[in-house]
Design a protein around this ligand. Structure first.
Ligand SMILES: O=P(O)(O)O[C@H]1O[C@H](CO)[C@@H](O)[C@H]1O
Ligand SMILES: O=c1cc[nH]c(=O)[nH]1
Length: 240
């Protein structure tokens, strides 16, 4: 029985490239496709979770939104890894900076992803799982960033089930552990990649600082992340 299309994705297996870039916002996926890809076609519109397949410097790549939160990226990345034979997913997201020395628009590579979610419980492990990036992708992202003159920070992030918090207690506690920034999906992506034996990396642009109240406006969140996108796109080329 064919596994594709799925209830969430009308693409069939050959429509999706081996490497997929995933922002949370489907309009950011469209922006990446319109700005950087050639020979683009839209391969999914189910729930408006837009997916586009094209080429970047001659190499096939798909760009698809994943929505907000771990249940959402959990579904899309599971299907891409297990039903569409995708090898590599690179999330290109926004994050709230915790570290004092992170500024708005800085780029972070999530080497590890702490989480307050129970996503790992489905794997019935006799302990806590440490969700980590593919070292190969991480190493290549750092090299690509240096080559492009992008100052990239590498470290731990928090993948949170909540965007809004009653107090700053949790943020301050994670910050004390050296966690650089908060977002909402990397841990689930890294776990799905680990379980499927595939590769994943989460790159983030700092869109706000929850502990100081600084933030970029919504339109800039959608379109101002070009440095991060260009580092991610460099990983789609064999020579990167
Ligand atoms: O900008 P994206 O990639 O959606 O990432 C961040 O923004 C959303 C919250 O505003 C969450 O999805 C969080 O992870
Ligand atoms: O998840 C997110 C993303 C951006 N900023 C935050 O504070 N949290």
């Amino acid at each position: 029985m064919p596994l594709t299309p799925t209830p969430h994705n009308s693409a069939v297996a050959g429509d999706i490239a081996k490497t997929v870039l995933m922002p949370g916002d489907p309009l950011r996926a469209k922006y990446i496709a319109d700005t950087y890809l050639d020979d683009v076609r839209c391969v999914n519109e189910v729930r408006n979770m837009l997916a586009f397949t094209g080429t970047y410097q001659g190499n096939p790549v798909t760009v698809m939104g994943h929505g907000m939160g771990m249940p959402s990226i959990g579904i899309y990345s599971y299907e891409l890894f297990n039903f569409y034979d995708v090898d590599t997913i690179i999330r290109v997201g926004s994050a709230g900076g915790y570290a004092d020395d992170l500024q708005l628009r800085d780029v972070v590579a999530a080497q590890g992803a702490c989480t307050n979610s129970r996503y790992a419980h489905q794997f019935n492990l006799p302990g806590d799982f440490a969700p980590i990036a593919s070292f190969d992708l991480l190493e290549r992202a750092v090299a690509a960033a240096r080559a492009q003159g992008v100052n990239i920070r590498v470290g731990n992030v928090l993948s949170s089930d909540t965007f809004y918090e009653e107090t700053t207690d949790a943020a301050l506690a994670w910050k004390k552990m050296g966690v650089l920034a908060v977002e909402m999906e990397a841990a689930a992506l890294y776990m799905n990649a680990a379980r499927a034996g595939k590769k994943a990396l989460c790159l983030l642009t700092i869109s706000d600082k929850p502990l100081t109240g600084e933030g970029l406006p919504a339109d800039e969140r959608q379109t101002s992340f070009n440095q991060m996108m260009e580092v991610a796109l460099a990983l789609t080329t064999p020579e990167a």
